[in-house]
Design a protein around this ligand. Structure first.
Ligand code: SF4
Ligand code: SF4
Length: 176
């Protein structure tokens, strides 16, 4: 998969302190309650986005089972993922509890949700970048399988990317 517009809008993670993280989440929560009736469209798109996301998880689980246990260089230990505004809006609109802190507090930090047995978060609660990113080993494996699933996955990830953008737009319209 290519980066498309998944590149982070800033070069360092927002809400690095726990206080800033909590404030950001409290603010979204406040707006969600305050403008609840104006946010129905955003919630509907968030639900569709969630369904689309969940539809790709079985394939991602399968490809991880085939590759990650033998990986000599696990990506989660060296990646610099973080939650962006869309990730938080997605969680709140779906009624999902945000994790306790931003994934990293500096570009040199290891993701706080990484463990020796992989990610400690459920897939649905991870930053989008963690779902969107397929490492070269996994990409190659899927492409080589030649069963069409590589193309299907790419198409679905593009749909998710677009619906995330629509969800954020609807959220901002709803609170404006
Ligand atoms: S996704 Fe790829 S790089 Fe990351 S742990 Fe699995 S096999 Fe390794
Ligand atoms: S949030 Fe989970 S999947 Fe994403 S980098 Fe951290 S440990 Fe890996």
């Amino acid at each position: 998969m290519q980066a498309q517009d998944a590149a982070p809008p800033s070069l360092s993670p927002p809400w690095r302190s726990v206080a800033a993280w909590q404030e950001a989440n409290a603010s979204i929560d406040f707006h969600l309650k305050r403008y609840y009736s104006q946010l129905k469209a955003a919630m509907q798109i968030a639900r569709q986005t969630r369904e689309r996301l969940e539809s790709v998880f079985p394939l991602l689980d399968e490809i991880c089972r085939q590759t990650c246990p033998w990986c000599p260089d696990p990506c989660c230990l060296t990646a610099s993922p973080w939650y962006d505004f869309r990730d938080l809006v997605f969680l709140h609109l779906n009624g999902l509890a945000p994790p306790p802190a931003q994934a990293i507090d500096s570009l040199k930090a290891t993701c706080r949700y990484a463990s020796l047995r992989g990610c400690t978060l459920p897939r649905i609660a991870r930053p989008w970048i963690c779902t969107w990113y397929l490492c070269p080993v996994q990409s190659r494996r899927l492409r080589k399988a030649g069963n069409g699933r590589w193309g299907q996955l790419g198409g679905m990830l593009t749909e998710i990317k677009n619906s995330r953008r629509q969800m954020e737009d609807a959220f901002i319209r709803g609170i404006s």
